[in-house]
Design a protein around this ligand. Structure first.
Ligand code: SF4
Length: 381
């Protein structure tokens, strides 16, 4: 199995099919300005810190390097590119000001790692590792996100957790701090290192993703970034964006009915059924009210009659039944597997994790049946 990186794991988590298309089938996503912008700033931060001995490069040297490594791909126009280029220069000037004042050599810059997680190789590049005064290590990852990171985001960031996992396997020093460095505002957002339980959980996630990939489980999972660059390969979007989309749209699926019409007819019938059900309920209630008010048990129409009767449903109180049957040894004969209670148990954090995982592993497909969900298309769709 080829090594897994954080980006691959996170892509697999958001959509396994997208992972397969990129990392197994070798499709390349389209160029995006934010990838180019992020990569340029990363390269400059690396250049600034990758010196053998202090001092770091001067501001002029850093800005010259910035010009040299600037990536133009993905911008929609020359104006847009110029705007971002000026903005990036501003960010790097501030970066230089902040870091040159108290420059300290990091212990690693853009460090390539490849560590073993129970037989699976985890690889990646760590932007920077600093040694703290306390003797522990601090992991820093540069980000060009627009907004500053919330504490919650930081605490749950999988990339930092995986990097800590890797650093602790590589070096003898303990990791004490994790930082997402917000480049746009030159703000380090830091938190304490993850505890053992979190690291174990991350290891299990790596193994789980590796196993799913090995078993070739690549379902398409819709997410907020859909449609992705590979919409023509996706079962959710192929009908709209695939090469054969125009012909498919005209395909007849019922005599005299093409797909477009079938979709709209289906939705229209659903609405009619709903409307009829509302009317039916109104008439039903009116008939019941009338029978009750008049003391009648039957109403006659021209061709039909409707009989009104109060039907009694019986049930048992579980505690009372249990109190009666348990002493007789009969309680377990009336117990049945309760699906909703089982689901509660699986998500109940007070239940031992190992038990919850074993329960989850016992989940199996008992039946499949086709379902249709209707959604109104937005004007831009
Ligand atoms: S468009 Fe399809 S393949 Fe792409 S991310 Fe969405 S669900 Fe996955």
């Amino acid at each position: 199995m080829r090594p897994l990186s954080y980006s691959q794991i996170s892509l697999y988590q958001s959509c396994p099919l997208n992972y397969k298309l990129q990392y197994i089938d070798g499709l390349r996503p389209k160029d995006k300005w934010y990838f180019s912008f992020g990569l340029t700033l990363h390269q400059c931060a690396e250049y600034f810190f990758r010196v053998r001995v202090p001092p770091p490069p001067s501001l002029d040297e850093l800005l010259q390097y910035y010009e040299k490594v600037w990536l133009s791909q993905g911008y929609e126009s020359a104006e847009e590119e110029a705007k971002y280029k000026a903005y990036g220069r501003q960010i790097m000037s501030k970066f230089w000001e902040v870091h040159s004042a108290h420059f300290r050599l990091p212990v690693a810059v853009e460090h390539l790692f490849c560590v073993d997680v129970e037989g699976i190789k985890l690889r990646g590049y760590i932007d920077r590792v600093d040694k703290m005064d306390s003797g522990g290590l601090s992991i820093i990852d540069y980000k060009t996100h627009q907004e500053l990171f919330t504490k919650d985001y930081l605490e749950n960031d999988l990339q930092l957790t995986l990097y800590q996992l890797a650093v602790e396997k590589l070096w003898f020093l303990p990791v004490e701090r994790l930082t997402l460095y917000h480049l746009r505002s030159n703000t380090p957002c830091s938190c304490a290192a993850r505890d053992k339980e979190r690291l174990d959980k991350a290891e299990r996630l790596v193994l789980e993703v590796a196993e799913n990939i090995a078993r070739q489980r690549f379902p398409a999972i819709e997410n907020p970034f859909c449609p992705c660059d590979f919409a023509e390969h996706c079962p959710y979007y192929r009908h709209k964006y695939g090469q054969a989309a125009p012909e498919l749209k005209g395909t007849g699926i019922l005599p005299g009915m093409v797909i477009d019409d079938a979709v709209e007819r289906y939705v229209s019938l659903q609405h009619q059924i709903k409307e009829l059900e509302t009317q039916l309920e109104e008439i039903r209630q009116a008939i019941i009210d009338f029978c009750q008010a008049q003391g009648l048990a039957r109403l006659y129409g021209r061709e039909h009659a409707i009989t009104y009767k109060q039907v009694t449903k019986t049930g048992f109180n579980e505690d009372e039944i249990r109190a009666l049957l348990e002493p007789e040894g009969l309680w377990y004969q009336v117990l049945a597997l309760n699906r909703s209670r089982l689901e509660q148990l699986i998500s109940d954090e007070t239940v031992a994790q190992s038990v919850r995982e074993k329960l989850e592993a016992l989940r199996q497909v008992v039946a499949t049946s086709p379902h249709l969900w209707v959604r109104r298309l937005l004007p831009e769709e």
